[in-house]
Structure formats: C-alpha cells, structure tokens
Write a protein of this length. Structure first.
Lengths: 122, 95, 110
C-alpha cells in the first residue's frame, strides 16, 4: 500500500435547506481542505439547488452557508462539478454561485468519481 | 494487471420515497455492486432494478423484518456484508 | 459570559468570542485585544478589518490557511506570511484576529 494522501469526493444530493446536510457537507469539505487533503465537490439530484445564485437563507432564519461557497477558492477547493442532467430536469438555468463550478453530464461525473479514493454522500 | 476491486454501493432508502437509488445508478460503474439495506430492501420490487446488469445483494435480516421476499436477488447475511466492504475498493453509502 | 462595555453587558462565549457579530465596534475591539495582551497597531487593524470583512462576505471565520491565501490575494506575500501574522498575533492569527474582530471562533481552527 502506498502512503500517498487520499483524495476525497463529497457528493451533495440534498437541497439547500433540506435538513442540515448542505451545511454539514460544506463543513466536512472545509475541514478536509484545512488539512490539505484534495477534495472534489459534486452536486447531483436535488443537490444542484444549493448552487443557485441569489438564495437568501436569512429570509427563513437559516444559516447562510451558501455565502461560504464563494470562499472555496481560498481553501484550494477548485474541483467542483454540477450535474447538467439534474439542472435540466429541474429547469434551472446555470447561474451558479460557485465560480469554479463546471457543469458536466453524469458520465463525466462517474469518471471523476472513479478517480477519488473516498466518497462521502450528503 | 489485477483488476481493481469493485466499488460497492450501500442503498439504505426506498426508491419509492426518494431518488437515491436513481442517483446511484446514474454514477454506477460496470463492475460496481449494489447492497440493499434498511428501507433499501424495498427496492427489490422497484422497476429501476429490473434491467440492471450489476450484481445486487440484499441483507436477509432487513428483508425478513419487513416481510419482503427477493426471489431474483442474492440474499446475504451480516458477515457477507462485512466481508464485502473489507474487500471493496471503496464503499459509497447513499443515505 | 459577558464583557462590560459602556455600561452594557456584551455577551460572549466561554472563550471570550462575541456571541453577536453586530455588537462589535472599534472601541470594543481594543478591549478584546487587551484581553489578549495586544495593543492594536495599524498592521493589526489591517488584519482585523480584513478578517471581519471576510466574515461579512463569506459568513464564515477563515481558518489560517484560507486567511493567508486571501490576505496574499489582497495585500501580497509580505503581509500574508505565517511568520508575519504570528508576529502580530502570537497565539494564532486566525484565533486572535477573529476574536478581536468580534467573530465566532473559526470552527476548523489551528
């Protein structure tokens, strides 16, 4: 076994304010990144709702973790993939809050996931 | 070269209630294996699994407790499940 | 826990971080700094204000790596090195600067 650093994939499948999963997922990503672990983020299914621009968590007195997405670059989290098929199915135009996000189809997401050592879903 | 050990996917919810099984199938590799646990065992009767060519295993206790039968799938016990997770290349839990 | 300030009680957590970001002002920052045995110079203020603006924009207190990377983008290498920041905030730049800036403790902090 090699001792190279493991790479992590975090898959988001929950909408922005559906339970605390979105916030927990982001915390996990930032913790891993703070310890210099390579982290990629994936948004599929209802998870794509997290990426929509101009959401306002304050309106429903929720924690505005969406604002923190804009700081991901400072944590060296730059591999961010949003599923086109899920966006299309939900009639979402691609105005993403995530500057570095790439929209890609599920086949590309599948192949990106294959290259990660550990996969977490939220 | 030795082929990579398969990725195994643990499905814990019913596809009649959410789309986790669909999301899993969307990203499934050809050699990946599915394990149905908890309410995921209800998926033995879901159309999504009808034409799937990947191996599907169902945890006996979770099936039996729900009085669900799974004639078309391989039924396994806890020991089988643990052995599979140990041998797997990686484990993805859909929950 | 609380700090007395101008006849008011300002609520803090056990470690002295303000509970409400909006209670903060520059005079209070000086008091928070003196609790850390620091006298705020212009260099300290630059970091404190930067950290506070980071929080107001991104809704999170930056941990040290993110702080140095963001500072570097804004003010260049010299103002962002760990060495420089630890000279200003010997007990940890992210910890101390966020406290003085009236922010919650960074959750992922070293």
């Amino acid at each position: 076994m090699s001792h190279r650093v493991k790479s992590y994939a975090i898959i988001n499948t929950s909408a922005s304010f559906d339970s605390l999963k979105g916030k927990e997922s982001l915390d996990a990503a930032l913790i891993l990144a703070s310890y210099e672990m390579p982290v990629s983020l994936f948004f599929i299914g209802d998870g794509v709702y997290q990426t929509i621009n101009a959401q306002s968590a304050e309106t429903i007195q929720a924690k505005d973790y969406i604002a923190t997405f804009k700081a991901l670059g400072f944590y060296d989290i730059e591999d961010i993939y949003v599923c086109n098929d899920s966006l299309d199915a939900r009639n979402i135009a691609t105005t993403s809050v995530l500057a570095d996000a790439q929209c890609c189809d599920k086949h590309l997401i599948k192949s990106k996931l294959e290259h990660c050592d550990v996969v977490l879903t939220f | 070269m030795k082929p990579l050990p398969p990725t195994i996917h643990l499905i814990r919810t019913s596809a009649f209630a959410d789309n986790k099984l669909q999301l899993c199938i969307d990203t499934l590799g050809v050699n990946d294996e599915l394990f149905l646990l908890d309410d995921g065992t209800y998926n033995v009767n879901h159309a999504l699994l009808t034409n799937l060519s990947n191996p599907v295993y169902v945890l006996d206790e979770h099936l039996t407790s729900r009085a669900v039968s799974a004639a078309e799938f391989e039924v396994i016990n806890y020991v089988d499940l643990v052995q599979a997770t140990v041998k797997a290349g990686k484990v993805i839990t859909w929950q | 826990m609380a700090i007395s300030f101008n006849g008011q009680e300002i609520a803090t957590d056990k470690q002295g971080y303000l509970l409400n970001v909006s209670d903060w002002n520059e005079e209070l920052a000086a008091i928070l700094a003196s609790d850390e045995n620091l006298t705020l110079s212009e260099e300290h203020w630059q970091v404190v204000n930067f950290v506070r603006n980071f929080y107001l924009e991104y809704k999170t207190s930056p941990a040290i790596r993110a702080l140095t990377k963001a500072l570097k983008a804004e003010y260049g290498e010299a103002k962002a090195s760990s060495r420089y920041l630890y000279r200003l905030f010997p007990k940890g730049p992210a910890k101390q600067a966020t406290k003085i800036a009236g922010l919650p403790k960074p959750a992922r902090c070293i």
